[in-house]
Design a binder for this molecule. Structure first.
Ligand SMILES: Cc1cc2nc3c(=O)[nH]c(=O)nc-3n(C[C@H](O)[C@H](O)[C@H](O)COP(=O)(O)OP(=O)(O)OC[C@H]3O[C@@H](n4cnc5c(N)ncnc54)[C@H](O)[C@@H]3O)c2cc1C
Ligand code: SF4
Length: 565
């Protein structure tokens, strides 16, 4: 056991955890943050500025690199030869899938977590999301409304730096934005086609710096974002919150510290955590007056389910029985791809700026009436295109040899494709639990997923395929096809719900401040509290809700609800 008792422990240093530790440290609290993996070092770990032909395995990495690991499945996009050898991604801790489930759980265990490599889309949620249950009669409302949360979204946006425009869309409240990214040729073509079929095509809300912001330089459009930004021109804990927390000198950061459970006192209240030191494989205990869990949505619930005691035999703060339930995710998949003949023969330009699309189609369905479509709620779409570092359309073309290569080159400036982002609805079939038979290599009982897509999100998927056929026609594009099936559940990394928040302790795990109903000195700062999934991504809201939760917690310290160490 460590000798010192801290004011607060924060588990996880990702978007949620690092925001919490910055705010708490800046308020003068003594904070111990624990992170399951190593410290990331941008100089060594962000190796974006290299060509694939200079890499031994052309960017894909050594196919044998995961031999002997407990979890051998590679993680697409962000895990590649660019970050090989540094042990940034979780392959030692295995997880299980229940019968019929194929959950793909990508985990970055380095400090900063997944936001080292994220896509940066950062839209606000609105009352159409918070009050969705009132509108269509399904599920639970959120315990907050837009008027209450809007100032926290502004605070998060101003801190992170989000580029966009004011759009006056009913499903997408506007925020406090940096200048938007300029549209490219292909964006104008898509926008014109989309207009004809009544679909909006607008700048996304993107947490990437179009101008210098809060001491961070403007983006230089190298297009390497999903390998980590070497100058800190998009929001990530590595460049923003972690150094600011450290500058206070109030932070003790423990790396390679895999938290196993929350410890409780004789009254069942949190008084610390137990973790496995990966190096020595020894179990260590650290104590604090308040515990914040921010290990990412399902991992937070995993820790809570493993925190069993005589007070909490079904996992800590689970008197509602809702801990582990209501798992939601975004259905992802490509509902249409092809090329724009208008752009064939154009010289290739480095216009895959920022390594992703900078525009999107915000939800346009069920806006006037929540039941206009065959499905309830709604989805959004990101369109991709432009000349990226790697010609991603190679898999959409047939052939081999020199003709195949010529075709790849020919279509390079002209391809377009879509990505649907459709929220799943909470369902009794979708939850996590502890695998009764399996433990990981550190002796910690393993997490198990149970999940399948529901009819509602599959109807959205079919709807989006028809929209793409119409869109390709209206913009004069050639339609090559669409994915046969959506991506595997988990692919989006926007899971929500397993510790949902709400006012009634019998139905919800935490109150509206993300403070556990049963254990008021236990707080949650990640997307596990979100009671439903929306058509928007989760990270900016994680930061905003964390800021609000920490404000409430500091108030509780001031009022003596929580005592300092
Ligand atoms: C390629 C990619 C694209 C994405 N695009 C977008 C996007 O466009 N918009 C968007 O909003 N989101 C996007 N996301 C998702 C986004 O990155 C996550 O929503 C966000 O980073 C989650 O933050 P978090 O702090 O909750 O979790 P994480 O980032 O997972 O951080 C959790 C931290 O907790 C630590 N930890 C985990 N378990 C333990 C344990 N047992 N003990 C101690 N420490 C532990 C981990 O080491 C990690 O540092 C994307 C992600 C990726 C990878
Ligand atoms: S495109 Fe901009 S934000 Fe992305 S890695 Fe390059 S400089 Fe950083």
């Amino acid at each position: 056991m460590t000798a010192k008792t801290f004011d607060a422990i924060v588990v996880g240093t990702g978007a949620g955890g690092a925001t919490a530790m910055k705010i708490l440290c800046e308020a003068g609290l003594q904070v111990c943050a624990l992170n399951s993996g190593p410290r990331i070092d941008p100089d060594k770990d962000y190796r974006g500025h290299r060509q694939v032909y200079d890499l031994k395995f052309r960017g894909y990495g050594d196919p044998l690199r995961l031999q002997g690991k407990a979890h051998q499945e590679p993680y697409s996009v962000e895990e590649s030869e660019y970050s090989e050898g540094r042990d940034l991604f979780e392959h030692d801790v295995a997880y299980s899938n229940g019968p019929g489930t194929d959950w793909y759980w990508k985990r970055c265990k380095a400090t900063g977590g997944k936001a080292n490599f994220w896509g940066r889309s950062s839209a606000r949620f609105g009352d159409i999301d918070f009050k969705a249950a009132d509108l269509d009669g399904f599920g639970e409302n959120w315990p907050v409304d837009y008027a209450e949360i809007s100032p926290w979204f502004s605070k998060a946006e101003r801190y992170m730096g989000v580029a966009s425009t004011v759009q006056n869309r009913p499903s997408n409240p506007d925020g406090d934005y940096l200048p938007p990214f300029p549209f490219r040729c292909l964006d104008y073509i898509i926008q014109k086609g989309a207009e004809k079929i009544g679909v909006p095509y607008l700048p996304d809300r993107c947490a990437q710096l179009t101008v210098p912001h809060n001491g961070h330089p403007a983006c230089h459009y190298c297009g390497n974002c999903s390998r980590g930004c070497d100058v800190g021109s998009f929001f990530s804990p590595t460049w923003f919150t972690i150094p600011e927390a450290e500058a206070t000198k109030n932070l003790t950061l423990l790396t390679n510290a895999l938290v196993r459970e929350v410890l409780v006192d004789e009254n069942g209240q949190a008084n610390g955590v137990a973790y496995v030191d990966r190096g020595s494989r020894k179990e260590v205990e650290v104590r604090a007056k308040v515990v914040v869990l921010a290990a990412s949505c399902v991992e937070t619930a995993h820790i809570m389910l493993n925190s069993k005691s005589r007070h909490w035999p079904a996992g800590i703060t689970n008197s509602s029985g809702q801990l582990r339930k209501n798992l939601c995710d975004h259905l992802y998949g490509n509902p249409g791809y092809g090329y724009l003949p208008q752009l064939l023969g154009q010289p290739p330009r480095p216009d895959n700026i920022a390594d992703s699309t900078i525009s999107w189609m915000p939800r346009w369905q069920n806006l006037k009436n929540s039941r206009e479509e065959k499905f309830i709620r709604g989805y959004s779409v990101y369109m991709g295109g432009g000349c990226g570092g790697f010609p991603g359309h190679y898999g959409q073309l047939e052939g081999f040899g020199s003709k195949f290569k010529r075709d790849i080159k020919r279509y390079y400036p002209a391809t377009v494709g879509a990505l649907i982002q459709a929220p799943s609805l909470p369902s009794p079939t979708n939850y996590i639990d502890i695998d009764p038979e399996k433990k990981d290599i550190f002796g910690i009982p393993q997490l198990r997923f149970h999940f399948r897509w529901g009819d509602n999100e599959l109807l959205m998927w079919e709807h989006s395929k028809q929209v793409m056929i119409d869109l390709f026609k209206s913009m004069g594009a050639e339609f090559w096809g669409a994915d046969d099936e959506p991506n595997r559940p988990g692919t989006s990394l926007h899971e929500t719900g397993v510790c949902r928040f709400g006012n009634d302790p019998k139905k919800f795990v935490t109150n509206k401040w993300a403070q556990a109903h049963d254990v008021p000195n236990l707080y949650i700062c990640d997307a596990s509290i979100f009671p439903s999934c929306t058509d928007k991504t989760t990270t900016m809201p994680i930061v905003a809700f964390t800021m609000r939760t920490c404000d409430h917690m500091l108030d509780n310290f001031k009022r003596g609800v929580h005592k300092r160490a």
